[in-house]
Design a protein around this ligand. Structure first.
Ligand code: AMP
Ligand code: GLY
Length: 429
């Protein structure tokens, strides 16, 4: 069989992990990455076109008839309609990643909340506002804590957990009056604060069938003890020990399948990776055990860095089955190990941080994985920092404790000026 060439769009640890996994397939030939990073350039040809430059990507694909499949990593490329453009304007009809119409499940929280209400999918009670004064008036009559979310994409930073009216008022002001998130904050969702334990379930779906991946849990806040600002994610582990097979089966029936059936009914067939953030409250009597906190229309980052290394099935074959609408024919296998990822970030992240710091990487154990995000090669040929989240160190073990201890030993071998990482990843859950 001829090996197939693939374009992967994106430049994060997620895309590095996807490319690393695709490379294991004997069906995969050359991989291009738009734009990739220094780590990715060791596995793929990096093309200097940003993931949000969707017209640039379309031109690149048109000029490369050898590209058999495109895999889209980031949310904003999907929300901008890259899938639709590739399908309508290029020879590449095999695109992993949902259409713009389906990606709205992530790009508008107002859409996703109304969708869940319509299809009886459990989620926190909520109201949507586009008028600041009306939203403020509503806040005067509710109990706290409450949660305020900008409607659109905000790099995971548009969510505020507010302990009292004054915090809520200031969040509302930041989003709606100061327009901190631009047009993404034209509307807000104000919702009930949920209790329980939180986890991520990434799933493969062709819009008809859905196969959940192994579970994971992300640490979103910048500092230990869940202090500091929300980030894209500072570390992760897989699987979540509290989420057993019985709960997975219930979640499949009560939450995951109703979601893809609802999307199909809306004429928004979802093909790609559908990401569920669930709040699980097993104590809850008479009400839903599972509540959806949010949907994402793509692989999570860093979740992908702990999930894909546990995949035993050929990822390329899974992507093929999804674009062909034949996922029901796939059996997907995972290993029984646990994995932990710790992210090394640049001082200041998620606010301002410096770039261009030389990265030193000591001799790592042979089974340690290093997924790079904010890295590039400087003109000098040295690898330097080029982003807030610089790289993820991923280790596996027989249990979470072993994987965690290894990851923390290994990350000590990474050096750059201003490096910081959380010390409590996978320590409590
Ligand atoms: P999101 O970007 O919607 O996933 O929200 C970011 C984080 O805020 C989530 O991972 C949760 O930890 C927290 N969060 C969001 N919505 C709620 C809620 N209704 N109740 C409690 N925590 C929430
Ligand atoms: N780690 C959170 C996300 O990918 O949205």
């Amino acid at each position: 069989m001829n090996k197939k060439n693939i374009l992967v769009v994106g430049s994060g640890g997620r895309e590095h992990a996807i490319i690393h996994t695709l490379k294991k397939s004997d069906k995969v030939g050359k991989i291009y990455a738009c734009p990739g990073n220094a780590g990715i350039s060791e596995l793929a040809e990096c093309i200097n076109i940003l993931a949000t430059d969707i017209n640039g990507i379309v031109e690149f694909v048109k000029n490369h008839p050898d590209i058999y499949m495109t895999v889209i990593g980031p949310d904003d490329s999907l929300a901008l309609g890259l899938t639709d453009l590739l399908l309508s304007k290029t020879h590449c009809k095999r695109v992993f990643g949902p259409s713009q119409a389906a990606a709205i499940i992530e790009s508008s929280k107002a859409f996703s909340k109304d969708f869940m209400k319509k299809y009886n999918i459990p989620t926190a009670a909520y109201e949507i506002f586009s008028d600041y004064e009306k939203a403020k008036k509503y806040l005067a009559n509710i109990s706290f804590p409450t949660v305020i979310k900008a409607d659109g994409l905000a790099l995971g930073k548009g969510v505020f957990i507010c302990e009292d009216f004054y915090q809520a008022e200031s969040a509302l002001k930041e989003i709606m009056q100061d327009k901190k998130f631009g047009a993404a904050g034209a509307r807000v969702v104000i919702e009930e604060y949920l209790k329980g334990f939180e986890l991520t379930v990434l799933s493969f779906t062709d819009g008809e069938s859905l196969i959940p991946m192994v579970t994971s849990r992300d640490y979103k806040r910048a500092y230990d003890g869940d202090k500091g600002l929300n980030t894209g994610g500072m570390g992760c582990f897989s699987p979540h020990p509290l989420f057993n097979d019985g709960l997975m089966k219930e979640a499949l029936d009560e939450v995951f399948m109703p979601t893809i059936r609802g999307m199909k009914k809306e004429g928004r067939l979802f093909q790609g990776c559908l990401y569920f953030t669930l709040m699980v409250d097993v104590q809850k009597k008479g009400r839903a055990k599972f509540n959806i906190i949010e949907y994402n229309a793509r692989f999570g980052d860093p979740e992908t860095q702990v999930v894909l290394p546990r995949l035993k099935t050929d990822l390329f074959e899974i992507f093929e089955a999804i674009v062909d609408g034949e996922l029901h024919k796939m059996e997907i296998e995972w290993d029984n190990e646990c994995s932990v990822c710790v992210i090394a970030a640049s001082n200041g992240y998620p606010l301002d941080y410096e770039k261009g710091k030389e990265i030193g990487i000591g001799e790592l154990n042979k089974d340690t994985l290093l997924f790079e995000a904010g890295t590039k090669f400087a003109l000098s040929g040295k690898k330097v920092t080029n982003g807030g989240r610089v790289l993820g160190v991923v280790c596996k073990g027989v249990d979470i404790g072993e994987a965690r201890d290894k990851a923390y030993q290994e990350i000590k071998k990474i050096e750059f000026e201003g490096i910081f990482y959380r010390q409590d990843i996978a320590k409590d859950f």
